[in-house]
Design a protein around this ligand. Structure first.
Ligand code: EAX
Length: 337
């Protein structure tokens, strides 16, 4: 009798196990309608230093629209342009702590959080947009982004800020020597600062939100940024020359608080990543298509365009590599070269 009972028990147990295991994969593959109702709804604040109507914000609007649609309207994003939620360092710290849900920031200040970002800032390390995309979307870029997780940030992907040019107010910069004695605003980035200091200028790090006034008031003689952002922020109103050095490729990283991202359902995470990937492609394409128009707009507003022999600038900035050699991730450096 005991034996029979035991057998029956084993039978029930095995049957239950089979029933459960055959049920599970179907569940995860085909979410039932209940999943959506269970998913929490989110309203995310996203900060950027760049202006409304500009290269980041137009891409972010694409992202917000797609995310809203793909998430079944469970995730909406509110964009706060023009440093309304703080400068890039504040934004990154805010996303790490969860006081700001999301931001997009150029990689300029990121070596202060993850030193391996530095390798991306070396002068003339990227030969073209395509070279940059290949590295950033490949192993090097993805490994560096992954390091942000330890800081509390899920770094999603690289968008475009662009190749950086120099603008000045009263002194035209035609050769590297012309930078001697000029005060040039840079980002809070050791390598960018060293480029200008080593050429005899005084690099003056400053928040982007303070830059326009600083140019107008002559606190600095010039600055460096991609043409598209120079045009978007109307810096031509305070500058007379633009020198097309393209000395650094400036990527931007889309970020979200890591814990917040992990609180999304699997479907919401998938929707989020899909929206981010599509918006990234849209935004890079927008930047490339509007590069020439931005430069034309700068010129139309009274700024002289100065073309340079970039080989001369490559040579003049070579010393920066030696200064930072020991601080760079050698493996990534070799992979980019
Ligand atoms: O991310 O600070 C800068 O010069 C950046 O290019 C800007 O914040 C865009």
């Amino acid at each position: 009798m005991k034996k029979m009972l035991l057998l029956a028990l084993v039978f029930v147990l095995v049957f239950t196990m089979i029933a459960c295991s055959s049920d599970d994969p179907a569940k995860s593959e085909l979410p039932d309608s209940g999943t959506k109702e269970e998913a929490e709804t989110y309203k995310l604040k996203l900060g950027t230093t760049a202006p409304a109507g500009g290269h980041y914000v137009l891409g972010l609007e694409q992202f917000a629209d797609k995310l809203k649609a793909y998430s079944g309207e469970t995730i909406t994003v509110e964009i706060y342009p023009s440093s309304q939620l703080g400068n890039e360092r504040d934004l990154i710290e805010g996303v790490a702590m969860g006081t700001v849900e999301m931001c997009i920031s150029s990689t300029g200040p990121l070596p202060n959080f993850v030193p391996d970002f530095s390798v991306l800032d070396l002068p003339y390390i990227f030969k073209s947009h395509e070279h940059a995309y290949e590295i950033l979307d490949g192993e090097v870029g993805q490994k560096i982004l992954g390091q942000m997780e330890a800081k509390g940030i899920k770094a999603i992907n690289f968008w475009e800020n662009g190749f950086r040019n120099i603008t000045t107010g009263s002194t035209p910069v035609r050769t590297p020597e012309d930078l001697k004695g000029l005060k040039i605003r840079t980002m809070e980035n050791d390598i960018h600062m060293e480029v200008f200091n080593s050429l005899g200028a005084t690099a003056t790090p400053m928040a982007f939100g303070e830059l326009f006034t600083a140019l107008q008031q002559g606190v600095v003689d010039g600055q460096e940024n991609p043409s598209i952002l120079i045009s978007d922020t109307k810096m031509y109103e305070a500058q007379k020359y633009i020198t097309l050095v393209e000395y650094v490729y400036s990527p931007a990283v889309l970020m979200i608080n890591n814990e917040l991202f992990n609180s999304f359902t699997a479907e919401q995470q998938e929707a989020f990543l899909k929206a981010a990937e599509e918006a990234q492609a849209w935004q890079r394409n927008y930047c490339q298509e509007n590069e020439a128009a931005s430069l034309a707009n700068i010129e139309a507003n009274g700024v002289e365009i100065i073309e340079v022999d970039q080989a001369e600038w490559v040579e003049a900035t070579k010393g920066v590599y030696d200064t930072f050699k020991d601080k760079l991730n050698q493996e990534y450096f070799e992979m980019i070269k």
